[in-house]
Design a protein around this ligand. Structure first.
Ligand code: NDP
Length: 456
C-alpha cells in the first residue's frame, strides 16, 4: 500500500498550480488540488485575461476616432460599462469551467476549500485530512495598499474589475504594471485619469527610453501623470473622495485605486507548522528547483516572488512536475523572460535595459528608432512608436529589445526567441523585414545613439 494517499497535493488552482497538477497527473502521479476561491487564479479571474479584455474595450475610443481618416463616419459613441463587465464575467465563468474540466480530465481530484498544512506530508481541507508525498504551494499573491489615513476608501485592481459604474474621475496610485495599465483602460473608456507615482518616472526597472516615451505618449492622450508625488490622506466627500497629495495639494475624484504592489499569499496556510522559510516579504524561499526549506514542500508562482508573471509560474509548475514525476530534474529558466505592459500605447520588452547592459558588459551599443506608424499618416494621430536594441559590443549579441507602440507584446515575443538563441546584431541585420510593418524596424536599425543618463 502507498505510504501516502496522494503523490502530489497542490494548494492553489491558478496558472502554476494547474499546470503542475495536470502534468504530474499525466506522468502517472496521483494528484489532489485544493482551491478556496476561483479556478484559474489571479490571471483568469482578476488579472491578465479580464485586464486584456478591458484594454481592448478601451482602445475602441481611439479606433473610432482614427476611422475618420480612412473615410469612415462613426456615429454617436457610448460605452455601456455594465454590459462590458457582464460580458467579461461570462467569459471568465466559461474559463473557470474549462479549468475545472481540464483538471478533471487529467485525473486530479479537485477539493474546493481552504487548505492548511499540518506537517510535511499532511494537509487539511476543512475538517478532512489528506496525506501526500509532496505538497506544492501555488497560492499566488494579493494586492497590498499603503496604510495612509483613509486608505479604506480606496479600491485595488480586485474591485476595479467589478465596479457597478464607470467613474467619471479616478486617481490611480502606483507606477507599476497594474497602475499604468488601468490608467490606459479608464482613460480609453472616458474617465478622467490622474496617475500618481512616488518616484521621478514610473515603470522603475524598465528601460529609461521606454519610461520616458510612454510618459510623453500618455500625457499626449490626456492622462494626468504626477511624479514625485504620493498620497498622504484620503477623505470621503459627497460625490467621491478627496486625496491630499505630497505638498498638501488636494485632488477630488469619484474613486481612488491603489496599484502599489502585491504580497505573497502565504499566511494562514499552516506554513509555520512545518518551518518553511519565508523571506521578509512573506514569500516562500525556494531553491533552483522550487523546493522550499522543507524537502517535501515545493512552491511556485507569485507566492515565491521571483518573476511574478503567469508564463513564469507555468514554467515553474512544469519544472516541478518534470523533476518529481518524470525523472527529469528541471530548473525553470528565468533568463530573458519577455513581458508586456498593456498600457496605451503598449510596452514590450525582453532582456537587459541599457543601464543594466552597461553595468554588466561595460561596452555596449544602442540603436534606437522613433517614428510615426504608417496608420497614423492618415489618422493624423500624433503618436510615436519607439524601438530600441541594446548590443554587447564584445560579442555583438543583442542583449535587450524594447518597444513602446501598438502590438509591442506581439512583436517582442518573436524577438525573445532570437535573444534566447543568442542572436547577434549582425544576424538581426541579415534578417529580411516584412514590409510595411513596424516590426521591420528591428532588423533595419543602423544608427547608434549616444549613452543615456538614468532618471533613477
Ligand atoms: P509593481 O510592483 O509592478 O508596482 C507597484 C508600484 O507601486 C510601483 O510603482 C511602486 O513604486 C509603487 N508603490 C509601492 N509601494 C508604494 C507605497 N507604499 N506608496 C506609493 N507607491 C508605492 O506592482 P503592481 O501592483 O503594478 O503589479 C504587481 C505584479 O503583477 C507586477 O510586478 C507584475 O509582476 C505582475 N503584473 C504583470 C502584468 C503584465 O505582465 N502585463 C500586469 C499586471 C501585473 P516603486 O517603483 O517606487 O517601488
Amino acid at each position: 500500500m502507498a505510504k501516502y494517499e496522494y503523490d502530489l497535493f497542490t494548494i492553489g488552482a491558478g496558472s502554476g498550480g494547474v499546470r503542475a497538477s495536470r502534468l504530474s497527473a499525466s506522468f502517472g502521479a496521483k494528484v489532489a488540488i485544493a482551491e478556496e476561491r476561483y479556478l484559474g487564479g489571479t490571471c483568469v479571474n482578476v488579472g491578465c485575461i479580464p485586464k486584456k479584455l478591458l484594454v481592448y474595450a478601451a482602445h475602441f475610443s481611439e479606433d473610432f476616432e482614427d476611422a475618420a481618416g480612412f473615410g469612415w463616419s462613426v456615429g454617436e459613441r457610448h460605452v455601456d460599462w455594465r454590459k462590458l463587465i457582464t460580458n467579461k464575467n461570462a467569459e471568465i465563468e466559461r474559463l473557470n469551467g474549462v479549468y475545472r474540466r481540464l483538471l478533471e480530465q487529467s485525473g486530479a481530484t479537485i477539493l474546493d476549500g481552504h487548505a492548511n498544512i499540518l506537517d510535511p506530508h499532511t494537509v487539511f481541507v476543512g475538517q478532512k485530512q489528506y496525506t501526500a508525498d509532496h505538497i506544492l504551494v501555488a497560492t499566488g499573491g494579493w494586492p497590498i495598499a499603503p496604510e495612509v489615513p483613509g486608505s479604506k476608501h480606496a479600491i485595488t485592481s480586485n474591485e476595479a474589475f467589478f465596479l457597478p459604474t464607470l467613474p467619471n474621475r479616478i486617481i490611480i496610485v502606483g507606477g507599476g504594471y497594474i497602475g499604468t495599465e488601468f490608467a490606459g483602460i479608464f482613460h480609453g473608456l472616458g474617465t478622467q485619469v490622474t496617475q500618481i507615482y512616488r518616484g521621478p518616472l514610473f515603470l522603475r526597472g524598465f528601460d529609461d527610453d521606454v519610461r520616458k516615451t510612454l510618459a510623453v505618449e500618455m500625457r499626449k492622450k490626456g492622462i494626468e501623470l504626477r511624479f514625485n508625488t504620493n498620497v498622504e490622506k484620503i477623505e470621503k466627500v459627497n460625490d467621491g473622495i478627496r486625496a491630499t497629495l505630497t505638498g498638501g495639494v488636494s485632488v477630488e475624484a469619484d474613486l481612488i485605486m491603489f496599484a502599489t504592489g502585491r504580497s505573497p499569499n502565504t499566511r494562514s496556510l499552516g506554513l509555520d507548522n512545518v518551518a518553511v522559510e519565508l523571506n521578509r516579504k512573506g514569500a516562500v524561499v525556494v531553491d533552483d528547483y522550487s523546493r522550499s526549506t522543507v524537502p517535501s514542500i515545493y512552491a511556485i508562482g507569485d507566492c515565491t516572488d521571483r518573476l511574478n508573471l503567469t508564463p513564469v509560474a507555468i514554467a515553474e509548475g512544469r519544472a516541478v512536475a518534470e523533476t518529481l514525476f518524470h525523472n527529469n530534474p528541471m530548473k525553470p529558466n528565468h533568463a530573458n523572460v519577455p513581458s508586456a505592459v498593456f498600457s496605451q500605447p503598449s510596452v514590450g520588452t525582453v532582456g537587459l535595459t541599457e543601464a543594466e547592459a552597461r553595468e554588466r558588459y561595460g561596452e555596449i551599443e544602442v540603436y534606437k528608432a522613433t517614428f510615426r506608424a504608417l496608420k497614423h499618416t492618415l489618422t493624423g494621430r500624433d503618436e510615436l512608436t519607439m524601438m530600441k536594441l541594446v548590443v554587447d559590443r564584445a560579442t555583438d549579441r543583442v542583449v535587450g529589445c524594447h518597444m513602446v507602440g501598438p502590438d509591442a507584446g506581439e512583436i517582442i515575443q518573436g524577438l525573445a526567441v532570437a535573444l534566447t538563441c543568442g542572436a547577434t546584431k549582425a544576424q538581426f541585420d541579415a534578417t529580411i523585414g516584412i514590409h510595411p510593418t513596424a516590426a521591420e524596424e528591428f532588423v533595419t536599425m543602423r544608427e547608434k545613439v549616444p549613452a543615456q543618463v538614468s532618471p533613477g
